[in-house]
Design a protein around this ligand. Structure first.
Ligand SMILES: [Zn+2]
Ligand SMILES: [Zn+2]
Length: 309
């Protein structure tokens, strides 16, 4: 399990590696540009090469890109659709440049429209973006289920994958906060296990490619997306320990997108806590720790972009 966090890419892509190392991360997630603007950041081959070299020299074994928030691949507005397609395609290209495990994307929103039609529109945009790029996987993230957001259930994620053609590059990122908020009770080892059985039956575990670990400020089924620091929300330490020790997550990047102690994102202390909770979870399961990775403590004072929702 590659425990890590969302970190800022401000100042250049390679800076993200430094921030990950400072926090003791084994994996990182970054935005490929400012997340609240359409305008893409221009990178060249030298930027990509520098990033890959910095990552190679570090303890970080996986990087994931989070696509920007403005994207709504399900939009009926032709202008938003075109901008969404261009932005998603750009994210996948940057992903290919830096050797990312995937681009993680919120699947979109039907707003007040028909959900089935929205899924079909989103699927078509995913398909076009994948056709325009070579190999970077696209992970659709499950959502908390607010408003018309798509991807609130495993059934919807499965429909979205089908609508996009069902190719091998299509995967899923499961977010613990969103799972709980959308009604999946993952607060215990048993509850998480049953939830994953349902995921396997509906989507297939082979599609599961990345994870977000966030505690939730709002309760089970609240459909509200409010991240809490690890152990400080409705999941609590027990729920986080269950998530961190789930054997079916063993080979995946697990990224924290928490507010952090000073609202500047996940801290080194929180990554260390996540590693401790993994050990605790493994003990509770009666297993032995393997590959948990040693958390290195370091300064976490650097400013980060606000972590993603
Ligand atoms: Zn997330
Ligand atoms: Zn969220």
């Amino acid at each position: 399990m590659l425990i890590g966090a969302h970190v800022s890419q401000a100042g250049g892509l390679s800076k993200a590696i430094e921030r990950g190392v400072e926090r003791g991360c084994r994996s990182i997630q970054i935005f490929n540009q400012s997340p609240r603007m359409w305008r893409p950041t221009a990178y060249d081959e030298d930027d990509f090469a520098a990033f890959r070299a910095a990552m190679e020299a570090s303890q970080i074994d996986a990087v994931v890109i989070h696509a920007v928030y403005l994207i709504n691949c399900a939009s009926e507005d032709p202008e938003i659709r075109e901008k969404s397609l261009a932005s998603l395609t750009q994210s996948l290209r940057v992903g290919e440049g830096i050797g990312a495990s995937a681009v993680v994307l919120h699947p979109g929103s039907a707003l007040r429209g028909h959900v089935g039609e929205a899924i079909a529109r989103a699927g078509e945009v995913f398909r076009e973006a994948l056709e325009a790029t070579d190999h970077c996987p696209l992970h659709l993230e499950d959502t908390a289920g607010a408003g018309g957001t798509l991807g609130r259930s495993f059934e919807e994620l499965s429909e979205l994958i089908d609508a996009a053609g069902g190719g091998k590059r299509l995967g899923v990122c499961l977010d613990s906060c969103h799972l709980l908020a959308s009604g999946y009770d993952i607060r215990t080892i048993e509850g998480l296990g049953e939830t994953l059985d349902r995921f396997d039956a509906t989507v297939g575990l082979d599609r599961l490619g990345s994870l977000h670990l966030n505690d939730s400020q709002t309760p089970l089924g609240s459909n509200r997306d409010r991240h809490a620091n690890i152990g400080e929300g409705e999941l609590g330490e027990e729920g986080c320990a269950a998530f961190l020790s789930e054997p079916r997550f063993d080979d995946l990047p697990v990224l924290l997108e928490t507010p952090g102690p000073d609202k500047r994102g996940t801290s080194a202390e929180e990554i260390a806590l996540a590693n401790e909770l993994r050990e605790r979870g493994l003990k509770a399961r009666g297993g032995r720790a393997k590959g948990a990775g040693g958390a290195r403590r370091g300064s976490a004072k650097r400013a980060a972009d606000r972590p993603p929702a």
